[in-house]
Design a protein around this ligand. Sequence first.
Ligand SMILES: [Zn+2]
Ligand SMILES: [Zn+2]
Ligand SMILES: [Zn+2]
Length: 332
Amino acid sequence: MAWVKFFKKPGGNLGKSYQPGSMLSLAPTKGLLNEPGQNSCFLNSAVQVLWQLDIFRRSLRQLPGHFCLGDSCIFCSLKSIFTQFQHSHERALPSDNLRHALAETFKDEQRFQLGFMDDAAECFENILERIHLHIAPDSETDACTSKSCITHQKFAMTLYEQSVCRSCGASSDPLPFTELVHYVSTTALCQQVERGIERSERPRAERFGELLQAACTFGDLRNCPSNCGQRIRIRRVLMNSPEIVTIGFVWDTEQSDLTEEVIRSLGSHLNLSELFYGVTDEHAKKSDLLLVGMICYSSRHYCAFAYHSKSSKWVFFDDATVKEVAIPIHVS
Ligand SMILES: [Zn+2]
Ligand SMILES: [Zn+2]
Ligand SMILES: [Zn+2]
C-alpha cells in the first residue's frame, strides 16, 4: 500500500501566518461522503489533496475545454466536485459521480469498481493520466508537450536513466521516461536510514532527498554495458522542473513495522538535486519543494492531510470529517 507525499514550490501565501480571530475561514474545505459499502475513501483522499493543491485547482479552473466522455467523463465529474467545493453550502458532498466515471473507465481492467476498495496513490495517478487524455488525446503520454496539459506541465518528472561504468568508462544509451509518481520502497528506505546513521551526522529528515535517491537505486545493479564484469548502479537524471512532485511509498506488507521509522525520515523540504543523480534544468536545481499533502493508509482505510495555504494550517480529511490539525512537520 502506498503513502503519497506531495511537494510543491513555495507559493505566494505559503509563508503568511494565520491570524486567530480574523475573518479568514477554512472554507472552502468540505468533506466527501462515504456511505457504508461504498469504500470510496481512497478516491476521496486523492480528490481532497488535488483540490488543496493550489496549482492544480487553479489550472483546472482555467482550462477552456476538454475531450468529453459524457456520463463517464472523469474530467467533468472532478470539475463538478470542485465547483461544489466552492459553492455548495453542504458540509460534505457525494463523490458518487466521479466514482461511477472511474468505475466505468476502468471496467475492462476490473479496477476501481463500485463498492471495492482500491489504492489511493494509483487512483491519484490514474486521475492525472486521464486528465492528460481529456486535454491532449492525440499526444503520446511520454512525450506530451501540450501547454494546457496540467498533468505533464505541472506533475510529470521527465527523466532518463543510464548506467555508467566507473571501471571501464562504458555507458549505456540513455533511456528516457516520464513519471507522475516517484515510488520508493519503504524497506529500502529504512535500510538506507540504517546505513546512513553509521556514516552521517546530519539529521535524517534533512537528508530526506538523498535517502530517497539511495533507496531507489540501492540493489538495482546492472551489468556493465561493455561487459567488463562490473556491476553498476543506475543513474536517474531529471530533465525538467516539475511544480508538484509526488512520492509514493510502497509497503511490502499491509502490517508493516516500519511505519514509525518512515515517519521519522520524512522531511518537510525536498531538494530535487538530492532526489536524483543529476538535474539538468537550472530552475529545478535551485528549487526547494515543500510538503503540502499526504495520503495515509491504516486499518484498511485512507485519510488525507493537506496544507491549506490561505490559512497556513494543516487540515485532516477523513471522508465527511474535516478537521484543522497541528502537524509536527514544520512548514515555513
Ligand atoms: Zn467531460
Ligand atoms: Zn499531457
Ligand atoms: Zn565496465
